[in-house]
Design a protein around this ligand. Structure first.
Ligand code: HEC
Ligand code: HEC
Ligand code: HEC
Ligand code: HEC
Ligand code: HEC
Length: 230
């Protein structure tokens, strides 16, 4: 009995110190302050000159109200956290500058029920699933062959390419797709028909990481550099 007590004391103290340290860390993490709004990492390719406010708007409510809401959340008295200082960066924020009338894969389509499986795998309904900001990269979807999530049944009537799509797909050559197609269809380009002329996967991976683009420079829709109501 007495030995048990001796054991429990230091353990309890350990828990308490741990809890206090944890709380301090949480407060530090969540503490709102406009002055200390530091970026998490380098801006993505093309975004080096953008102002923070191009994507981050002030969230509603004073800092103190937000703090109260979040403390209530931490105590289990509330279901959701409040946006601390800043609102989520939504598709709409990106589209204010990147509206592409003929996007062949517009994000809104992927909210449809038939894309449920794809949503679970790669969340294609959000720009930031594939372009996570503050990573210094251009495209952050982990695989260049993620087309597998939606194009397993793609078949062309008069397939013009040297190894028909059906064959490429049967052979699971998903890494080949971006070698001939861009994703949004915004580059002004003629689609290659010789599979051995496609950009190799390595070139696509370098481009994803922020390297030079293998696709032509000219675009159908140019990005805006600023939004009016920043
Ligand atoms: C092109 C849009 C864009 C620009 C410009 C931008 N950010 Fe971000 N930032 C994001 C996205 C996307 C996230 C991920 C969180 C989210 O989706 O809300 C993020 C997250 C953050 C976070 C983490 C907090 C959070 O809300 O999750 C901080 C801090 C941050 N950004 C600071 C900055 C600063 C400082 C600048 C200016 C130097 C800046 N950002 C410019 C898009 C942007
Ligand atoms: C204030 C306008 C603005 C906002 C908001 C903005 N961008 Fe950009 N973005 C640009 C500009 C300007 C460029 C550089 C020109 C270009 O490459 O088209 C660029 C470049 C890019 C590129 C690289 C393009 C390339 O060809 O190399 C990607 C990817 C991108 N933005 C995605 C996003 C996403 C995702 C969001 C939302 C999180 C976003 N942008 C928000 C203006 C913006
Ligand atoms: C499922 C993944 C995915 C999603 C979701 C996605 N992108 Fe992309 N994006 C890519 C890939 C892959 C490329 C490179 C191929 C290309 O240039 O089309 C790219 C290229 C780009 C480029 C450079 C080429 C261009 O079109 O000017 C911009 C800008 C861009 N994306 C913005 C966005 C915005 C804004 C959204 C949301 C409306 C978005 N992307 C959603 C995968 C995605
Ligand atoms: C989340 C689902 C989804 C993903 C992931 C996806 N696509 Fe698609 N793609 C579609 C849909 C939907 C269409 C429209 C045609 C249709 O209904 O089948 C389409 C159309 C296309 C077209 C024809 C566009 C046109 O205008 O004729 C090409 C080319 C294409 N996709 C290539 C790709 C490539 C390459 C990838 C991988 C980098 C990819 N797709 C990933 C859903 C997707
Ligand atoms: C050698 C280049 C090449 C490769 C590799 C390639 N495609 Fe294509 N793809 C084409 C051409 C050419 C067309 C004809 C239409 C056009 O000009 O865009 C086409 C058309 C398409 C279409 C439109 C189908 C329609 O009904 O109009 C889709 C979807 C598509 N490809 C998806 C893919 C996917 C997914 C992959 C990877 C498995 C892939 N492609 C690999 C060149 C290629």
């Amino acid at each position: 009995m007495s030995t048990r007590r001796q054991f429990r004391r230091p353990q309890n103290t350990g828990y308490l110190v741990g809890a206090i340290l944890g709380l301090v860390c949480l407060l530090f993490l969540f503490w709102p302050s406009q002055e200390s709004f530091h970026a998490r990492g380098p801006m993505n390719a093309g975004h080096e000159k953008l102002k923070c406010a191009a994507c981050h708007n002030q969230a509603p409510g004073s800092s103190r109200q937000q703090l109260q809401v979040n403390v209530r959340y931490l105590l289990g008295l509330r279901q959701t956290v409040a946006d601390f200082g800043h609102q989520d960066v939504t598709n709409e924020v990106c589209l204010r500058c990147h509206e592409r009338r003929n996007d062949r894969h517009p994000v809104y389509r992927f909210f449809e029920p038939r894309f449920k499986k794809a949503r679970e795998a790669i969340q294609p309904q959000f720009c930031t699933s594939c372009h996570l900001e503050h990573t210094g990269r251009r495209v952050t979807v982990p695989s260049t062959g993620y087309c597998v999530n939606c194009h397993e049944k793609t078949k062309l009537k008069n397939d013009p390419i040297s190894i028909p799509h059906e064959r490429l797909i049967a052979d699971k050559r998903w890494e080949s797709c971006l070698g001939c197609h861009d994703f949004h269809g915004n580059h002004v380009m003629k689609t290659e028909t010789a599979v051995d002329q496609a950009f190799p996967p390595e070139t696509i991976r370098r481009y994803f990481a922020g390297g030079t683009s293998p696709y032509p420079k000219e675009k159908h829709q140019k990005a805006k550099e600023e939004v009016e109501d920043e």
